[in-house]
Design a binder for this molecule. Structure first.
Ligand SMILES: [Mn+2]
Length: 424
């Protein structure tokens, strides 16, 4: 086993600090496509498993006993898999045992409490509270990236930079969302990307207001905004970047004002990222910042603090400011123990509630959108009757939206913007 994995597991075991309990972490199984077509969905291992095993083979299990250490159980590679998929055989060792030995391993440890992580095994009688506490400690241990993770992340970022460079050159009125996606993803692959780390978003015109839009046949118009949210993945690590472009190449009218409001708020938020900064506070500060711009633009009316307390900003900024990224597009995001997800409209979508710390990689991605699904809702219009200039909003329902997203590595002095090479 590689040195870094030995080190990583030792660090996790120390964080768990177990004496008698055992931990199981299954990576998940292949899922057949229904209909007997002899196909399976692309296998994506559970990230807890991937972190502890560092490979993406299906059907495997990592087990930890504080008294005997780590062992991985794998199904043997079948002849048919070697013939049809070219899967290489591997050598058994003390650290990697056939799955057929797992039952005996577990029977030897009967009556000891079990934490059941990863892709949960339904037949295992696990201890729910132990599982939750072991999972939380693993999450915390995963958050600061180690050197191997950081190297992969930098490689993923480099491929992502190349993709955005090509896309930004390619965009012009007359091309389709799909064509932009093809150019972008081609460059990801050409620069070492294994695949896009998540479904590429290309939203043009009104589609730029759909937060997770799937690119289609729509043709880019002269005055359109073009929003791209995408990242290349390398060895399980993905970047997560958003840029918004003007189809014509230059800002036009209100779209330009909206862009500047988001850009200014994004730069301010980025500057504040450093160890100890509470992300929830940063989210609310950025909401106030963008609300002040919306007041200036005569979209919102009233006192900025009051508008944000009433969640009026969330009609235009309905998502969280960011999340952790790396091993998968959400990496070890989540809330510190004891912190509960708010039910407030303006906070419920926040994916992390924790202080930033050295080694974390976090996205900072404010956005402002004109989303008809929110802005034509009669209940919300009544609720925010006095806070929003509705007649002005009604004239802007087709302009789409702007999001700008970078990936920051938190350093002892502040941060390094990993994706700064992508112009904004
Ligand atoms: Mn993101």
């Amino acid at each position: 086993m590689s040195n870094y994995l030995t080190y990583r597991r030792a660090r996790v075991a120390k964080a768990w600090n177990l004496t008698n309990e055992i931990v199981l972490c299954h990576g998940g199984d292949l899922i057949p496509v229904p209909g007997g077509a002899d196909q399976v969905f692309r296998f994506v291992p559970d990230t807890e498993y991937r972190y502890l095993a560092d490979h993406d083979e299906p059907g495997c299990l990592v087990a930890f006993d504080p008294k005997t250490g780590w062992v991985e159980f794998r199904p043997p590679v079948l002849e048919a898999e070697r013939v049809w998929e070219g899967r290489p055989p591997f050598d058994w060792s003390d650290a990697i045992r056939p799955m057929t030995e797992f039952d005996a391993w577990l029977t030897d440890r009967a009556s000891r409490p079990i934490a059941n992580l990863g892709s949960r095994m339904p037949l295992i009688a696990a201890a729910p509270e132990l599982t939750a506490s072991v999972r939380e400690r693993l999450m915390q241990a995963r958050r600061p990236k180690d050197d191997v993770e950081l190297a992969r992340m930098r490689a993923a970022v480099a491929a992502t930079v190349a993709g955005f460079r090509r896309a930004s050159e390619y965009i012009e009125p007359g091309v389709t969302e799909r064509q932009i996606q093809i150019e972008l993803e081609c460059e990801f692959f050409r620069h070492g990307g294994d695949r896009p780390g998540y479904n590429t978003i290309v939203g043009t015109g009104t589609n730029a207001a759909v937060l997770h839009f799937t690119p289609g046949k729509r043709v880019v118009g002269e005055s359109d905004l073009v929003l791209i949210d995408a990242g290349a993945e390398i060895e399980g690590y993905t970047a997560d970047v958003t840029r918004t472009y003007f189809a014509s190449g230059k800002p036009n009218g209100f779209r330009g004002d909206l862009y500047n409001a988001v850009l200014s708020a994004q730069k301010t938020a980025v500057e504040k990222c450093k160890p100890g900064k509470e992300f929830r506070e940063l989210h609310l500060e950025t909401a106030r910042d963008m609300s002040a711009s919306l007041v200036e633009l005569d979209i919102l009316t009233g006192d900025v603090d009051n508008l944000v307390e009433r969640d009026a900003h969330a009609l235009f900024f309905p998502h969280g400011l960011g999340h952790l990224v790396g091993l998968g597009v959400r990496d070890a995001s989540g809330y510190l123990p004891g912190r509960k997800r708010s039910t407030r409209f303006g906070l419920a979508a926040l994916r992390i509630d924790l202080p930033l710390d050295v080694g974390y990689i976090v996205t900072v991605e404010p956005g402002l959108y004109f989303i008809p699904a929110l802005l034509t809702d009669e209940t919300r219009r009544e609720q925010y009757r006095d806070a929003i200039n509705w007649s002005r909003v009604d004239g802007l329902l087709d302009i789409g939206g702007v999001r700008i997203e970078d990936n920051l590595l938190i350093t002892p002095d502040g941060h390094e913007n990993l994706t700064a090479a992508i112009p904004k």
